[in-house]
Design a binder for this molecule. Sequence first.
Ligand code: QAP
Ligand code: CO
Length: 167
Amino acid sequence: MAILDILEFPDPLLRTIARPVEQVDESIRQLVADMLETMYHAEGIGLAATQVNVHKRVVVIDTSEDRNQPQVFINPRIKILNDATMEYQEGCLSVPGYYEKVERPSAIKIAALDTQGEKFILEPDGVLAVCIQHEIDHLNGKLFVDYISTLKRNRIKQKLQKERRLA
Ligand code: QAP
Ligand code: CO
């Protein structure tokens, strides 16, 4: 197991489109273990492989109170069921310290592979529905700050760059 470095906005590597996993093998299970360890260490509820500079379609999530219910999504696909939306105050381990409201579809279905390469289907709601969409966005090179105004996004960019210069 290993704690991996997390890329931070506006690192252009966060814009990489991740490739599908062709075989769910030991190397993918090792990546999943490292991503879970990294997510728990950073106290996040979700992490996409893109954020640790691995451009494969792998997501880990744990929205449980006790942080003991890891969920793994390999090659996740989303289906939007209707026009219903929800607003949620989102953050991101790649945009530390900043939170903004984002509107997303609320009725969705997810199909993905588990760590054994078996397909499963899920109809998540609440924070899990928000989180899986946020993480699939990462696999497509997209960040939650892309949904807010250019002014706010640029302000966040400048503040993060300044903090990093001081660090
Ligand atoms: C995405 O985000 C998400 O700024 C996962 O200083 C967020 O795990 C989905 C975090 C909200 C749904 C709702 C952020 C940790 C973690 C920070 C995260 C920070 C420390 C964010
Ligand atoms: Co994120």
